[in-house]
Ligand binder design. Structure first.
Ligand code: PMP
Length: 455
């Protein structure tokens, strides 16, 4: 605009600016001091940015990022449209910061029923911008400079940078895979914590442990025994539990999702985190929540109030109606929380069979919409580079998307530090996909297998 104004007007404007106390250098001056806050150091790279771009560029079939390629249920879409078009135009305005009243009320009723305790919607529930923001609030609210936070590997990748941004130190403990039984497919239950190793990670510096059951990426659903082990250590060392339960409804083969907050001594020290995105197959709506005791949630409210303030009112209104329906149909065959896992279990079985048939050995998940598969038999296609900094599975996944048009995520992306190279021959597939997408993936795998075996 200055250039178009001509040189004399330009000079005039600059002189006016400097006579008003601004330096004329402000137009051109470069910032010479470091702009990046130190707490961002080392966390600026993100696996999703890279793999989402690769999938968009090369893949014909994307089983990488975790979201359904099918629509949310009709009742939810209809609730959203109703909320948008209703006379009540106040649904287009701000609502209560800590959660739209109809949504927190129904969440309190729903989780009160599940946990067998009375919940106050105004103090025991807080709505967030997806589970992501719920996690962010927890770390910001609880973690101080020097605090340690135990993270079970493999883990949803944002836990580590979020702990660091809060000034804390992540302490990792791996789930260890039992040796395979000859010829038998393994299950996500074969990934287990070593109780002695877990106990050794707790100290007076430990502020919290992050639990993610059902677990992304493995699909492991922690058993009561495993949860009791964690709970006992939390109580013994006076440690908080940040319980990421976004896949709580996605459990298979009659397996039960147990909420750690329901175990002895755990309600007072646990924040339950949930996601409407996963619960109702609407990840783009970004509605999440936290449930817990006021003593913990009051601090989450402080972070929330001073960061995002609240999440979209219309989406919260529609979610409230979705939960209302689910409360009425609780445990009945028409409930979405019964139907979705039933459909996903079929998709899981289909993908398991498809991968097994080509020799990419799947580890059968007990929950979530992810499974990991062993790529060892495909090593001849993407030979190892022993001294490479990049884990083998990462190079394999990149090669696969570029050369076969099939996107998946390397398991090493869910590890940090020492254990990153221990489990680097697995890739994670998402099976929350239309039948046509899964069939297209199967076609790619079958063709690949034929090319490998034909002389
Ligand atoms: N936790 C886990 C374990 C997840 O897998 C995800 C999403 N992939 C989230 C939290 C974030 O959920 P949301 O989309 O509701 O922010």
């Amino acid at each position: 605009m200055l250039r178009r104004a001509g040189p004399s007007l330009c000079r005039f404007l600059l002189e006016r600016k400097s006579s008003a106390g601004y330096s004329s250098y402000s137009v051109e001056a470069k910032i010479s001091r470091p702009v990046q806050a130190q707490r961002l150091e080392g966390i600026d790279k993100n696996i999703w940015v890279e793999f989402v771009k690769l999938a968009a560029t090369y893949s014909t079939v994307n089983l990488g990022q975790g979201f359904p390629d099918f629509p949310p249920p009709d009742f939810l879409k209809e609730a959203f449209v109703r909320a948008l078009s209703r006379e009540n135009y106040m649904l287009h305005q701000y609502t209560r910061a800590f959660g739209h009243p109809p949504l927190v009320k129904i969440l309190a009723q729903f989780f009160g029923k599940l946990l067998g305790r009375e919940l106050d919607p105004m103090i025991n529930v807080m709505v967030t911008v997806g589970a992501y923001q719920a996690l962010f609030c927890c770390f910001q609210a609880f973690v101080e400079e020097g605090d340690e936070v135990i993270i079970i590997e493999p883990f949803f990748d944002c836990y580590e940078p979020m702990v660091k941004m809060a000034g804390g130190t992540p302490v990792f403990v791996p789930l260890r895979l039992k040796a395979p039984k000859d010829g038998k497919l393994m299950s996500s239950a074969d990934w287990q914590l070593d109780p002695t190793e877990l106990a050794s990670k707790f100290s007076e510096r430990t502020k919290a442990i992050v639990l993610n059951s059902p677990n992304n990426p493995l699909g492991k659903v922690f058993s009561r025994g495993e949860l009791e082990l964690i709970a006992d250590l939390c109580v013994k060392h006076d440690v908080l539990c940040i319980s990421d339960e976004v896949y709580e409804w996605l459990v298979y083969d009659g397996k039960e999702h147990i909420r750690i907050a329901s175990l002895q001594g755990m309600w007072d020290r646990t924040v339950i985190i949930g996601s409407a995105g996963k619960t109702f197959s609407a990840t783009g709506w970004k509605v999440g929540w936290t449930v817990g005791p006021n003593r913990l949630l009051q601090h989450l409210r402080t972070v929330h109030q001073n960061s995002v303030y609240h999440c979209a009112t219309v989406a919260q209104e529609a979610m409230a109606q979705g939960f209302q329906r689910e409360l009425e149909l609780y445990g009945k065959p028409d409930s979405y929380f019964i139907q979705l896992p039933k459909e996903l279990q079929q998709k899981r079985d289909w993908l398991v069979q498809s991968l097994d048939a080509v020799g990419m050995k799947p580890i059968i998940p007990e929950g979530t919409y992810f499974l990991v598969a062993d790529i060892s038999e495909f090593k001849s296609d993407v030979p190892d580079v022993p001294d490479s900094d990049e884990p083998y599975d990462s190079r394999f996944a990149k090669w696969m998307v570029k050369n076969k048009g099939l996107a998946a995520i390397p398991l090493s992306a869910f590890y940090c530090g020492a254990h990153k190279n221990n489990y680097n021959h697995f890739i994670r597939f998402c099976f929350a996909k239309e039948e046509a997408t899964l069939k297209a993936a199967n076609d790619i795998l079958q063709k690949w297998k034929q090319e490998k075996t034909s002389p």
